[in-house]
Design a protein around this ligand. Structure first.
Ligand code: MBD
Ligand code: FE
Length: 281
């Protein structure tokens, strides 16, 4: 079989930038008074950092060159979602009582293949990894099952790559949507994802190296759960004891979002049950 070209920061960055530019939310407008308030506050915070730390011209020029490169690499979605989005999510979901949210990240794609009640996610015949059954029930806050809830699942493969953002992976690989039945239940069969490493050959990787940080996110499942009359939730789930769970570069782990899979009843791989409770709309 031909080997796929190696993924590059500029390749996944370009895909993420193009994908974001096409989505509805990218056209959002913010009213003038809020722009004034927020832009003034953000600039004032930056001015304060410069004063407090005695930022030099050499440092200012390094920042300018780096910011230019973030755009050239298409890594604004990656940069913002890794280092900023977790606080936006925290503020957005302060009053939520049901399942905790987490950041969406740069690699969501709407319109994945749809199934009812149960599905094996689209995957390659030789898809690597540990077979994994992820199942549960979607309920309201009082625990009553929600029929026709939409559970969208997307995640990286056993190499930490996402379909449509790394070369040589089939279009909908490890992406799928389940509509729940009358009992609110869903069951996905997939392969456990590997931890995700921020590309080391782009601007975000350069920042990580220059600051002496690490570029890793723990292995995770991405989910969007929605239903008519309920508030949709975007979240992520992690694996107990997994590498980087305690120090996610994107600071997106919450204790309520950690799975404890057990050996599968079928004898191969692992399985876990996780229930989602949706707030009213
Ligand atoms: C990811 O897979 C991710 O989930 C986030 C938030 C940022 C970068 C890559
Ligand atoms: Fe991710």
């Amino acid at each position: 079989a031909p080997t796929a070209p190696k993924p590059t920061a500029a390749g996944s960055g370009r895909s993420a930038t193009e994908r974001f530019a096409r989505k509805e939310r990218a056209g959002a407008t913010v009213d003038q008074a809020r722009v004034d308030t927020l832009a003034t506050a953000a600039l004032t915070a930056l001015h304060q950092v410069i004063r407090e730390h005695g930022v030099t011209y050499a440092e200012y020029d390094a920042l300018k060159a780096w910011l230019i490169r973030v755009g050239e690499d298409g890594e604004w979605p990656l940069f913002l979602d890794v280092w900023v989005e977790h606080v936006v999510e925290e503020v957005a979901n302060t009053d939520r009582q049901g399942t905790k949210g987490s950041i969406e990240g740069p690699y969501y794609i709407p319109g994945a293949p749809e199934f009812r009640t149960e599905a094996t996610l689209p995957m390659r015949d030789d898809e690597k990894g540990t077979p994994f059954v992820f199942q549960g029930t979607v309920t309201d806050l009082d625990g009553s099952p929600v029929e026709d809830a939409t559970v969208e699942l997307w995640h990286a493969d056993d190499d930490g790559y996402y379909s449509q953002f790394a070369p040589g992976i089939p279009e909908w690989n490890l992406r799928g949507t389940i509509l729940t039945g009358p009992d609110g239940r869903f069951a996905f069969s997939t392969m456990k994802p590997a931890p995700y490493q921020i590309p080391t050959d782009g601007s975000c990787g350069a920042l990580v190296a220059a600051a002496g940080w690490h570029p890793w996110r723990p292995a995770h499942l991405h989910l969007k759960v929605s239903a008519p009359g309920r508030a949709p939730i975007t979240t992520q789930l992690y694996f107990e004891g997994g590498e980087w769970v305690e120090n996610d570069v994107a600071q997106a782990v919450k204790p309520e979002l950690i799975l404890r899979p057990t050996p599968a009843a079928s004898g191969t791989g692992e399985e876990v049950t996780y229930d989602f409770a949706l707030d009213p709309a």
